[in-house]
Design a protein around this ligand. Structure first.
Ligand code: KG4
Ligand code: ZN
Length: 357
C-alpha cells in the first residue's frame, strides 16, 4: 500500500504566520498533525490596521521557528514530508513572498514537490478538514479581504455567483468597530458590543439589496455608521449602533443568500445541497445561527468550519496542498506571488467606481 501523504502547509498572506502538517487518511477527513498560528495583532493594534512592511518583517522573524514547531509537534521528521504547500496569493505581496520563498527553499533542499496554493481555495476547502463533502457545494466566503458566493464544482473549479463591489464584510466590521473606538481587529469585539445593544435603535441602509443578484455592497453602510458615530455619546449608544450594524448585516446576508440558493440550484443536480460558510467572519455566532436557520428552511445543509479554522491558518493550505498532491498538481519554483488571484478566472472584476450591476 502507498504511504499516506504528509504535507507541510505554510501561510503568510496577511498578518498570521502559520504552519501545519496534514496527513492523508483512509477516513473521510485528513489528520491535522499540527496547526500553529502566530497572530500579529499586537504589532498592528496601535495603527488600527495591518501595516504591510511590519507584517512582512514579523513573518521573516517568525517563519522558521513556526515551521520548525509545526514539524516537531506533528511527531514527524522533516524527511517524512512529501510536499510543501504555501499560499501564493491573493494577499499582501511583501507578506506572501516570505512564506512562498521559505516553502520553495525547503522544497528545493529536500528535493520534494512544491505546491502554490490560492488562499481562497484554502478557505473554500477548509470544511473538508472536518467533514466529508461532495462537489458541488455552495460557498459563502466572508473574510477581511473577500466576500463572495461561489459554486465549488471541484478542486480548482469555481463559479462566482456574487461578490462585494466595494468593501469586504470583515473590512466593514473592522471599520465600524474602529468608529466605535474598538481596537483592531474589531470584528470579534463588535459582536460582543452588539450583544448588549438594541438593534432597532438605528436604521441603516442595505446597499443594492434589491438589485445586482447576490452581489454585495457594504460601503454605504459604513458611511451611515460614520455619520451616526459622530452624534453618539454613551456606551449604550455604541452598543445600540453595533447591534443595529450587526442586524443590518444579517438582513443583507439573508436576502442575498436566498438569491444565491436559487442560482446554485440551477447549477447542481443534487437533491440536498451543502452550504458552506467560511472565512474569518464565519466565526460570528449570530451570523452562524441566522444562516443555519435560513439554510435549513431552504433545504440546504449548513456547514461551518470549526471557529479555529475559520480565520487564516495553514491547516487549510496544507489540505489544499494534499488534494493537489493526490493528483500530482505541482508547481515550478518560479511560481510568482500574486496579490490578486480570483478563483473564478472568467468572472468580471466588479470593484470600484462605475461598476454597473
Ligand atoms: O479569514 P480571515 O482571518 O483573514 C482574511 O483572509 O481576511 O478574516 C479576518 C476578518 C477580520 O476582518 C475580522 O475582524 C473578521 O474576520 N472577524 C469577525 C469575527 N471574527 C473575525 N467579524 C465579525 N465577527 C466575528 N466574530
Ligand atoms: Zn483568509
Amino acid at each position: 500500500m502507498r504511504k499516506k501523504a504528509i504535507i507541510l502547509g505554510i501561510e503568510t498572506s496577511c498578518d498570521e504566520t502559520a504552519a501545519a502538517v496534514i496527513e492523508e487518511s483512509s477516513n473521510d477527513t485528513p489528520n491535522i498533525l499540527s496547526n500553529i498560528v502566530s497572530s500579529q495583532i499586537d504589532v498592528h493594534k496601535k495603527f488600527g490596521g495591518v501595516v504591510p512592511e511590519l507584517a512582512a518583517r514579523s513573518h521573516i522573524e517568525k517563519i522558521s521557528l513556526i515551521v520548525e514547531n509545526a514539524i516537531k509537534k506533528s511527531g514527524k521528521k522533516i524527511d517524512d514530508i512529501d510536499a510543501i504547500a504555501a499560499t501564493a496569493g491573493p494577499g499582501l505581496i511583501v507578506c506572501l513572498s516570505v512564506g512562498l520563498n521559505f516553502a520553495k527553499a525547503v522544497a528545493s533542499s529536500l528535493k520534494k514537490p512544491f505546491i502554490a496554493i490560492n488562499h481562497l481555495e484554502g478557505h473554500a476547502l477548509s470544511p473538508k478538514l472536518i467533514k466529508k463533502l461532495t462537489y458541488p457545494y455552495l460557498l459563502l466566503l466572508i473574510s477581511g479581504g473577500h466576500s463572495q458566493y461561489l459554486a465549488v464544482k471541484g478542486l480548482g473549479k469555481y463559479k462566482r455567483l456574487g461578490t462585494t463591489i466595494d468593501d469586504a464584510l470583515g473590512e466593514a466590521f473592522d471599520k465600524t468597530a474602529k468608529l466605535l473606538g474598538i481596537e483592531f481587529p474589531g470584528g470579534p469585539f463588535l459582536e460582543k458590543f452588539a450583544e448588549k445593544g438594541n438593534h432597532n435603535r438605528f436604521l441603516l441602509p442595505e446597499p443594492i439589496i434589491n438589485k445586482g443578484g447576490c452581489n454585495l455592497s457594504f460601503a454605504g453602510l459604513k458611511t451611515a455608521v460614520l455619520k451616526i458615530s459622530k452624534t453618539i455619546k454613551t456606551n449604550q449608544d455604541k452598543y445600540d449602533l453595533a447591534a443595529s450594524f450587526q442586524k443590518t448585516i444579517e438582513n443583507i446576508l439573508n436576502k442575498k443568500t436566498k438569491i444565491a440558493f436559487q442560482e446554485f440550484k440551477n447549477i447542481s443536480s443534487k437533491k440536498k445541497n451543502s452550504f458552506v460558510i467560511a472565512g474569518g467572519v464565519a466565526a460570528n455566532q449570530r451570523i452562524r445561527n441566522n444562516l443555519t436557520k435560513l439554510a435549513i428552511e431552504e433545504k440546504f445543509d449548513p456547514v461551518f468550519p470549526p471557529q479555529d479554522l475559520c480565520g487564516d491558518n495553514a491547516a487549510m493550505i496544507g489540505f489544499a496542498g494534499l488534494e493537489r498532491f493526490k493528483i500530482s498538481k505541482f508547481n515550478k519554483l518560479n511560481f510568482p506571488a500574486k496579490p490578486r488571484w480570483p478563483l473564478d478566472k472568467k468572472a468580471t472584476f466588479l470593484k470600484g467606481a462605475g461598476v454597473k450591476l
